[in-house]
Design a protein around this ligand. Structure first.
Ligand SMILES: *Cc1c(COP(=O)(O)O)cnc(C)c1O
Length: 495
């Protein structure tokens, strides 16, 4: 199945799209068509273990890989998760289910894809006859960074450089990154916000001089950001998996399905849900939940995407985003495959900070999505409510989703089964979670985990409890205009 650039560049195979990360015209690789699953396929999926579900999904989505090859990768990718179910579902009251995507090594949903991507990427490079080292450059709003560092750590033939906004990630997220081990890993703080860091990385991918310098060092660039097809494809698997489980357990009907609510930033996770829906998963509405950075809420409600607004730092930092890159793939669907239209919108976004879709497209957008947002106060209240009423601990990102899902049910009266996608362990954001449920923490953010554990009896993962005493290995800071120099300086230090 070929993949075309959302901005019109010629179609390529999956391995090529994965190696490139971004298309030469700056667009994202999107599938030309999607396979369609039937009810019997979901029965089949429900009988598989998680790695087999992932291999099955990827064999449908990606050309150029055998099912056996994908199964080997999937087994290795999910071996470090703390439950054999990998993506288990917790049942709450009112036909509400929580899909827990935080059981990987860095305690956030990014692991679902970033434990898989290095395997897809090195296999793809081999298939493409690529001899050069694959240099991963990535910008992170918090969780991608650590997940990429873990995923690529000491993977032969790769290196990884992670940029994060200085002061724009939580203390725990920062400590997780700057303590990363591995001969091939680099971490740099950028003086700017996440959008600055992401724009900086995108600029480097299109900077001939920088690319030339990398080539001279025997390196080729690739991205581990959520725009990479190799990130997106493994995410589709957990939606098929969740639907298969809920169908098999009789919790949802094939005909009436369920609503899915996703805490959204870069639009990668919810886009995977959309692909799952297109592939026949019984998903009704996709509820797009934002924090106070509500650019997507407004887009879904008005059809105008306008990034010209204040950037807010919130207690759900991985969603503090004003340019949701992966939305571009959905725009291609809205434009009915018209890549010129998508290019025009992206040009307008770059030059004027906004674009507007047509009335027919607005109607289609609203048919698929419901958009809502939750500010920090409402999010904290939601964490408190779920703890008091259900004895279930939500992290702030998941709580944004739970809060918006509640608004959705109230606003629409739609009481169908609801799947809340949980994207992080509450222990990754223990200080804010503790504060929300009235637990006093003695000490700093790193002591919060212990306090939360003592107060709730919910077990803290080891990856958090050992963080406080781990040595800092990365201390570099750079200006947002100097990210290219920072990459090259990192490699110079290696030698
Ligand atoms: C990355 C992230 C999100 C946002 O996911 P997108 O795919 O960027 O929309 C939400 N929650 C957490 C915890 C994350 O790490």
């Amino acid at each position: 199945m070929p993949f075309i650039s959302t901005r019109g560049a010629e179609a390529v195979s999956a391995p090529e799209a994965i190696v490139r990360g971004i298309a030469p015209d700056g667009g994202l690789y999107a599938p030309v068509s999607l396979p369609r699953l039937e009810r019997a396929d979901f029965e089949l999926i429900s009988k598989m273990d998680y790695p087999a579900r992932a291999a099955y999904t990827l064999s449908l989505l990606l050309d150029g890989f055998s099912r056996e090859e994908l199964l080997e990768m999937a087994k290795a990718a999910y071996a470090r998760f703390d439950t054999p179910k990998v993506a288990p579902i917790s049942e709450l009251k009112d036909r509400t289910y929580v899909l827990e995507l935080f059981h990987g090594p860095t305690l956030a949903f990014k692991d679902m894809a970033l434990q898989f991507l290095p395997r897809l990427l090195t296999a793809s490079a081999k298939k493409q006859g690529e001899q050069r080292e694959i240099a991963i450059l990535t910008a992170t709003s918090g969780d991608t960074g650590k997940a990429a560092l873990e995923g690529f750590q000491d993977v032969p033939g790769t290196s990884v450089t992670v940029f994060y906004p200085l002061g724009g990630v939580s203390a725990v997220q920062e400590k997780q990154m700057v303590t990363s081990r591995g001969k091939n890993v680099h971490v740099v703080a950028v003086k700017g916000n996440f959008d600055d860091a992401q724009t900086g990385v995108k600029t480097l991918f299109g900077a001939p001089e920088f690319i030339q310098k990398m080539n001279e060092q025997g390196k080729t660039l690739s991205s581990a950001n959520s725009i990479n097809l190799g990130r997106l494809a493994p995410q589709v698997a957990y939606y098929l998996s969740a639907c298969a489980d809920l169908l098999a357990q009789g919790k949802i009907d094939w005909e009436t399905g369920l609503n899915v609510c996703v805490p959204t930033g870069n639009f990668g996770n919810i886009l995977a849900a959309w692909y799952a829906k297109r592939m026949g998963a019984p998903i009704r509405k996709l509820i797009c939940a934002s924090n106070r950075n509500d650019v997507l809420t407004d887009f879904i409600r008005t059809g105008i995407y306008d990034r010209q607004r204040p950037f807010h730092k919130t207690i759900s930092p991985s969603m503090d985003i004003l340019i949701s890159s992966n939305l571009e793939r959905f725009l291609l669907e809205l434009a009915d495959g018209d890549t010129n239209q998508v290019s025009t919108w992206m040009k307008e976004l770059k030059e004027t900070g906004k674009y507007e879709i047509t009335n027919a497209q607005k109607a289609l957008l609203k048919e698929v999505f419901f958009g809502g947002c939750s500010d920090d106060e409402k999010t904290e209240e939601t964490i408190r409510r779920y703890w008091n009423e259900e004895h279930y601990l939500l992290d702030p990102h998941t709580a944004v989703a739970a809060s918006v899902a509640r608004d959705f049910r109230q606003e629409t009266g739609d009481a169908s089964p609801l799947l809340i996608v949980s994207t992080a362990s509450p222990y990754k954001f223990a200080a804010d979670v503790a504060a929300s449920i009235g637990v006093t923490v003695q000490g700093d953010a790193f002591d919060a985990g212990k306090a939360l554990e003592d107060a709730t009896g919910v077990k803290a993962p080891k990856a958090i409890t050992e963080l406080k005493t781990m040595p800092v290995l990365h201390t570099r800071v750079c200006e947002k205009e100097k990210m290219g120099e920072a990459v090259l300086a990192g490699f110079a230090n290696d030698n």
